[in-house]
Design a protein around this ligand. Structure first.
Ligand SMILES: *Cc1c(COP(=O)(O)O)cnc(C)c1O
Length: 347
């Protein structure tokens, strides 16, 4: 069955009256990361949930199929979101499919190129505000109080419902829950969703390991960050909407939420691409960066090769091509001759 609503309908708030709006999201790969295990001496089996293969290139589609379906059921005409990019890409695509108008508020200059191009080409009405994501979300919430528009940020519980299906898929693929699950934390909807999913689907549950960027780590620091900074724009959030729920997920699972630096994120970003053939956006690399940090700290000292750790790679690398280019060598230019091309290829 294609699409998360078709696959997991009985776990979702879907009724006979709900028109299903789907782009056949979900069913993403869960790949054993043998090369990363070796490179970083992980004392466990690592499986990566590659969410970049979703229709708009991030896990947001899992939540959006439910949120947009419910918006259509409520006869909404407009949907609105504040976004660091991927929510807007997803909302705009699903809105088109449903015949809705998509309104998007983004922080000016802080959106990766691929994400902005998606929202624009899908015909969303996009406004860039001179502020950060938290400012954008505040304005969007105020708009929702004044105008008949449907909010599709992850504060909308239907988003969480849809996103929990990633946890279902992990358990279905492994035949059991993992021992640990690692993921990035931004607005903290997704860690909330995974925990809900693991709880609903299995009595045995993983320990959750959430990672925020050092310069945008309000949950770790215990206070909102006024001016969050990180190259991982998808988690550049100073005051997460699902803060309390993320803390509950952390505590109920016996897990942690901790920081990784931009430098650690970039090392993992390259390693994931160069060891496993998986092109992810920087925020996704926080997952592996955190596992490297925690392995070095001795956190996994009781792990064996039977221990299963899963990690979410939240979005596709093509979302942020500028970063990929910035982290790479510029290709040499050769004369159009066999000799010069062979020389430059260093064969
Ligand atoms: C949205 C997003 C995140 C952060 O998820 P939250 O639910 O906001 O914590 C991480 N990575 C990518 C690629 C995202 O699009």
């Amino acid at each position: 069955m294609k699409g998360v609503i078709a696959r997991y309908r009985k776990f979702l708030p879907i009724t006979d009256e709900t028109p299903i709006v789907s782009l056949q999201e979900g069913d993403t790969p869960l790949l054993r990361a043998y090369n990363l295990e070796k490179k970083f001496n992980f004392p466990f089996q690592l499986y990566l949930k590659y969410e970049g293969t979703n229709p708009t290139g991030s896990f947001k589609d899992r939540g959006m199929t439910v949120a947009i379906s419910k918006a259509v059921e409520k006869k909404a005409k407009f949907v609105i979101c504040a976004s660091t990019g991927n929510t807007s890409a997803s909302a705009s695509a699903y809105a088109v499919r449903a015949g809705l108008i998509s309104l998007v508020v983004i922080p000016e200059g802080a959106i990766a190129l691929g994400k902005l191009s998606q929202a624009l080409l899908h015909g969303a009405r996009v406004v860039a505000v001179k502020g950060n994501f938290d400012d954008a979300l505040k304005i969007v919430r105020q708009i929702c109080e004044k105008f008949p528009v449907e909010l599709v940020n992850s504060i909308n519980p239907n988003r969480i419902e849809g996103q929990k299906t990633a946890a279902f898929e992990i358990i279905d693929a492994l035949g059991r829950a993992p021992d640990y699950h690692a993921m990035p934390v931004g607005n903290a909807g997704n860690i909330t969703a995974y925990w809900k999913g693991f709880k609903e689907y299995s009595v045995v549950r993983p320990v959750l390991l959430g990672f925020q960027a050092e310069g945008a780590a309000p949950i770790v620091k215990g206070k909102p960050i006024k001016n969050p900074q990180t190259i991982a724009t998808a988690i550049k959030i100073g005051n997460p909407a699902s803060w309390k729920k993320a803390e509950a997920a952390r505590d109920e699972s016996g897990g942690v939420i901790d920081t990784v630096t931009d430098e650690e994120i970039l090392i993992s970003y390259k390693a994931i691409a160069q060891c496993e053939g998986l092109f992810v956006e920087p925020a996704s690399a926080a997952t592996v960066a955190g596992l490297i940090k925690y392995t070095k700290k001795g956190f996994f000292k009781d792990a064996t090769k039977e221990t299963i750790v899963t990690g979410t790679l939240t979005g596709h690398g093509l979302k942020d091509p500028d970063r990929a280019i910035a982290e790479s060598q510029k290709p040499p230019v050769a004369e159009p001759t066999l000799e010069d091309v062979v020389e430059k290829l260093k064969i």
